[in-house]
Design a protein around this ligand. Structure first.
Ligand code: HGY
Ligand code: MN
Ligand code: MN
Ligand code: MN
Length: 408
């Protein structure tokens, strides 16, 4: 079957690009490390006998022809960018695994009816420009002029970063794939949670992906003298924001299914002897049910309103992205169950708490996702790790699902 040593060796090699002292990997969109990683993956694609191209939004694509070049394409793959100080499996596994399936089919001389393509998606994490899935949004035609004007911490816009790497943001529409040219998108990914490990399973079949609400919240109070301002006369933006963070956590905890995270929190002006006048923080809110997510969002902002009244501060909010929950197609859940049975693996179904490019691809074709176990459920962390055996199980399930989908 697939060559598990080759998979693991390639994952380690790719994982060296963007390696930081922390032992984590940082490969942000349209950076030199990102370019180097795409050049390495392009080499793997060529070794697998694929034709290789890069599209107008910086996705790298390897294609294996089928008997009918006009038959709808079966897609697989994942993202090649990472979070800051991330692990080597998040994203990389789906790309290397997809290439391995196609290289194995080539070595076995197996022909399929449909072409199969592996996408190394650009900027799924959104770590540099504060909105995610840039590459897969480009494929479905969901990028707006506002997206191209989003800035990174250095003040560079997406359009400028693109042109620095030789891409012309005027041409982004060229990356769009039409619904009728696609059959499916199947993504292999690490679970990034503890469920498979708790059940002592190497692979899982994803039933659906949670929604994703990303917001920027600015709390405006009044900067003042730390020594001369009595406690009862303050409009302290930091203490108000801190209370808001507590409320975010307590409202999310109430449902038992919602997750809410404040990942960025910046205080201004930031002097030791100045009462903070402004705080900017981010909210990441998710639930498998859009209705529950909406209820929690409303409850949070009702409480934030109360805090503003009590503390004499105001807020400004900016929606960075709203992505609805995404069901995985029954057909591919069935195909993955059949694959597990054929391989002799116990199958297990679970939702995804993490977001994925599949949430975008579902707009133009049916999607399926396969998970493998994450040690201690750790991810977005240098300690992210999956065993060679688990990677091999995941790639073998992907092999069966892609073959069954493309062969006829
Ligand atoms: O944020 C996420 O869930 C994914 O890792 N991009
Ligand atoms: Mn991630
Ligand atoms: Mn990921
Ligand atoms: Mn099969």
């Amino acid at each position: 079957m697939i060559n598990k040593e080759r998979v693991y060796q390639r994952l380690q090699e790719l994982g060296k690009i963007g390696l930081r002292e922390s032992g984590g990997v940082t490969r942000h969109a349209f950076t030199a490390e990102h370019r180097t990683s795409k050049d390495l993956v392009a080499e793997y694609m060529r070794q697998a006998g694929l034709s290789v191209r890069e599209d107008a939004v910086g996705n790298l694509i390897g294609r294996r022809e089928g008997r009918d070049p006009h038959a709808p394409v079966v897609l697989t793959g994942s993202h090649i960018d990472t979070v800051c100080d991330g692990g080597i499996f998040d994203g990389g596994l789906g790309i290397i695994g997809g290439i391995e399936v196609l290289q194995t089919l080539k070595e076995q001389g197996i022909e399929t009816q449909h072409p199969i393509e592996v996408y190394a998606f650009n900027d799924e994490e959104g770590s540099r420009f504060s909105f995610s899935m840039f590459g897969s949004r480009g494929v479905i035609g969901d990028l707006s002029p506002k997206d191209l004007e989003m800035k990174d911490k250095a003040g560079m816009t997406v359009a400028q970063a693109m042109s620095e790497q030789g891409f012309d943001s005027v041409k982004i529409q060229e990356a769009i794939r039409a619904k009728e040219e696609l059959k499916a998108f199947v993504e292999l990914h690490i679970e990034q949670g503890k469920v498979l490990e708790r059940n002592d399973l190497s692979v899982g079949i994803v039933t659906g992906i949670v929604n994703e609400l990303w917001m920027k919240i600015v709390v405006n109070g009044e900067a003042g003298h730390a020594g001369a301002t009595p406690m009862n006369l303050r409009q302290d933006a930091l203490v108000a924001a801190a209370e808001m963070v507590q409320v975010i956590e307590s409202e999310a905890k109430k449902t038992g299914s919602t997750v809410a995270t404040v990942g960025r929190f910046n205080v201004f002006p930031g002097g030791i002897n100045i009462i903070p006048g402004r705080v900017e923080f981010t909210l990441d809110l998710r639930d498998i049910s859009q209705e529950v997510s909406d209820q929690v969002e409303a409850a949070i902002f009702k409480e934030i309103e109360r805090i503003c009244q009590e503390r004499g501060v105001q807020i400004e909010t900016e929606i960075l992205q709203r992505i609805p929950p995404t069901p995985c197609s029954q057909e591919f859940q069935l195909a993955a169950k059949k694959a597990c049975q054929e391989i002799g693996l116990k199958y297990f179904c679970l939702p995804s708490g993490a977001g994925h490019d599949a949430m975008q691809m579902v707009n133009i074709c049916p999607i399926g996702m396969i998970f493998i176990r994450s040690k201690d459920g750790i991810s977005h962390n240098p300690a992210e790790w999956s065993s060679m055996e688990d990677c091999a199980d995941g790639v073998n399930v992907l092999y069966h699902v892609l073959l069954d989908t493309a062969v006829r």
